[in-house]
Design a binder for this molecule. Sequence first.
Ligand code: DCP
Ligand code: MG
Length: 366
Amino acid sequence: PTAVAPVSQYACQRRTTTENNNKIITDAFEVLAESYEFNEIEGPCLAFRRAASVLKSLPWAVCSLEATLDLPCLGEHTKAVIDEILQCGRAFEVEKILSDERYQTLKLFTSVFGVGPKTAEKWYRRGLRSFSDVLADHSVQLNRMQQTGFLHYGDISRAVSKAEARALRNIIDEAVHAIAPDAVLALTGGFRRGKEFGHDVDFIVTTTELGKEESLLPRIIRRLTKQGILLYCDYQASTFDMSKLPSYRFEAMDHFAKCFLILRLEGSQVEEGLHIAEGDSRGWRAVRVDLVSPPMDRYAFALLGWSGSRQFERDLRRFARVERHMLLDNHALYDKTKKEFLAATTEKDIFAHLGLEYIEPWQRNA
Ligand code: DCP
Ligand code: MG
C-alpha cells in the first residue's frame, strides 16, 4: 500500500464526519469515560475520550489490533478493550459498568435537565434510585431548572430532529429580525456540524452595531413570552469584559449573554412532523434551545467555540497552547510570545492564526 498521512493526536488536525466506522468500540469507550467521570477520575476519562475521537476520524473500521499500531492516543488499556471487542463483540469491563447500579442511577439522574453529576451523586448516596424515589423524598429540594426538567422529561430526553431544528430556526429568525433588522443569526452546535439529531438547538445571535447585542436576548425573550411559546427561560446577562482577558481562559462557560430555553414547538410548524412518541397526540413538543449573544467583534470566536464538538474544542485549545504558545477560548486568541490578541472576523482567520488547515463544521464531529 502507498504511504498514508499519519493520524494527528489533535482532533483539530483530523477531519471527522458524522459517519463513524467504529461505533461499537467508541460507544464502549464512552461508557468507560463516563464511568470514570462519575468517579471523578480525570486521566483515564480523558484518555478514553481521546481514543474514541481518534477512532471516529478513521475512514475505515478497525478489524485487528495491528491496524491500530500507527494510531495516536491508544494506550494499553484502550487496546485491551479494542482487542476484547474484536474477539468477543463486547468487553467485560463495559458490561460490568452497564449493569452496575450506581452507574445506571447516575446516568438516569443526570439525564434530567438541571441535574449534574454532583446532585446525582448526592441523591444516590441518600439511597434514591428512581425518579419516583426523588419526587417522593421530602428532603430533596428541586430548583426551578430541575422541576422543569422533570415536568418535560419525556420531550427533553427525546432527540430533536433536523426538521425540528429548522422550524426553530425560523421561529428565532422571525423574532430577531422583527427586533433588530441588522441582526445576525447563526445555527451552531451539533446541527451546524450536520448531525441528524441533537439534545438541543444552539444559536448565536448578535447585531452588527456594537453594544446593541446587550438588549437583544431580553427582547427576544419578551417576544417569545408574548407568543406563548416560552416554557422555561434561564437568562444570564453578559459578564464579558475584554480588559479581563486573557485570564478568563479554560473556564467551562464563556462570559457572553446567553439563555437556556425550553420552547413549545407546534407540529404544524415542522414540515416532516414532530419527533414524538407514536400515539402521542398532543400536536406539540417541548424543545431545548440555547441562545448566545456575543458582541459582533467576538463573533468568530463564539461561533467556533459553540460549534464543537467538545473534543474538537478541547484539542483546538490544547493545540494552541502546546504547539503555538497561544491561548484560545470563546472570546479571543492571545499570542503569549508576541503578548498580543489576534483579531478574527471569520473562523478561517482563527485557523490561519493557529497555522491549521481549515476544517469545515461538518468535519468537526470529533
Ligand atoms: N461547548 C463546550 N463546552 C461546554 C459546553 C459547550 O465546548 N462545556 C461547546 C461545544 C458543543 C457546543 O458548545 O459542541 C454546543 O453544546 P451542546 O451541549 O449543545 O453540544 P452539541 O450541540 O455538540 O451536541 P448535542 O446538543 O446534540 O448534544
Ligand atoms: Mg447542541
